[in-house]
Design a protein around this ligand. Structure first.
Ligand SMILES: Nc1nc2c(ncn2[C@@H]2O[C@H](COP(=O)(O)OP(=O)(O)O)[C@@H](O)[C@H]2O)c(=O)[nH]1
Ligand SMILES: [Mg+2]
Length: 312
């Protein structure tokens, strides 16, 4: 995969800039002039909460720092390094880079992609298609967001860009019909991976649930083992609201993993730590830009170091 200016770690760093400098500067000002004691530990906890790590996670991380029995005049860089390693330990179990399944003759691997409008579903599908194509897989995209014509066109464009075939019907078509048609064609054409786009109109939760349930139900008429993955795409810039989205979508569908997007922007990267700690869902990849190559595996120590402004 091509490395653009600074590489993905550079872009992740730049994206995490806000969260990262807030944390690094904050720790600097807490520990540079003052001793490590219950007051400074309280300040550290507040800082972690402000950086989107969540109350419970912030409390636990602070307790772990306290438990390390640092000398009272500990250097702030040592506190940062310790935090990075504690955060990496939280992230390690969920950092599971997405792997395509090997399914000879058994039909395509089916991946249903869900999330609210604007979270980055269609773009993530495009990026995944790009990656899978580079790995030599055949890929089909199903335009299951039939609510807006622009969404269908956007998916078609990703198909052209990546060499994935696209199954689309008219705007307003039942998404389940599109998904059914796509799976039949993917099987007939011996496609390796079928990625199914969906609409994310969360303001009508009952409708969305019915829509997603129907998509899954009709797909299972063809192959009872599908979908193999339900990817929930989350926009990192929404911060703590990501928790509510995970909870809501888990009520609607059996989410198997997360992709967190827009970590290149004015990101609020701390939220990933809170999500990992609270839900334990695998984080398959992160989005660090709008381009085809801007999907990256999520790696625990790199991410933790970036977040704390430390070199990797
Ligand atoms: N900067 C940045 N923009 C992204 C990323 N992922 C998606 N976007 C942009 O976010 C907007 C919404 O993405 P889209 O895929 O259409 O969201 P959907 O409604 O969930 O399908 C688009 O302008 C995308 O280019 C990312 O990782 N970084
Ligand atoms: Mg879309």
């Amino acid at each position: 995969m091509s490395e653009k200016s600074g590489g993905w770690l550079g872009r992740l760093r730049a994206g995490l800039g806000k969260s990262s400098s807030r944390l690094a500067d904050g720790i600097g000002s807490i520990f540079s002039e003052r001793k490590l004691d219950s007051t400074t530990l309280g300040d550290l906890e507040d800082l972690l909460i402000t950086a989107d790590l969540g109350v419970e996670t912030a409390l636990r991380l602070t307790e772990q720092i306290s438990g390390r029995r640092f000398p009272a005049d500990v250097a702030e860089t040592e506190v940062r390094a310790a935090l990075a390693s504690d955060i990496a330990a939280i992230l390690e179990p969920v950092a599971r880079p997405f792997e395509a399944m090997v399914r000879p003759e058994a039909g395509p691997q089916v991946i249903l992609v869900v999330g609210v409008n604007g979270s980055g579903k269609t773009t993530t599908i495009g990026k995944l298609a790009q990656r899978l194509r580079e790995e030599g897989k055949s890929v089909m995209l199903a335009a299951g967001d039939t609510f807006r014509a622009a969404a269908i066109d956007q998916l078609k464009l990703w198909g052209e860009r990546t060499g994935a075939s696209v199954i689309a019907q008219d705007i307003g078509t039942d998404p389940a019909a599109v998904a059914f048609d796509a799976l039949e064609q993917a099987r007939a054409q011996h496609i390796d991976v079928l990625l199914i786009d969906t609409a994310g109109r969360l303001h009508n939760k009952a409708d969305l649930m019915a829509e997603l349930e129907k998509v899954i139900r009709v797909l299972r008429k063809i192959d009872a083992s599908v979908p193999h993955e339900v990817l929930l795409v989350l926009d990192a810039t929404i911060g703590q609201n990501a928790h509510a989205q995970v909870e809501t979508f888990r009520e609607l569908v059996d989410v198997s993993g997360l992709v967190v997007t827009k970590l290149d922007g004015s990101a609020r990267g701390g939220v990933i730590v809170a999500l990992a700690d609270r839900f334990g869902l695998p984080i398959y990849a992160i989005g660090v830009g709008e381009g085809a190559d801007d999907l990256r595996p999520f790696t625990a120590q790199d991410f933790a170091n970036s977040l704390l402004g430390l070199p990797s």
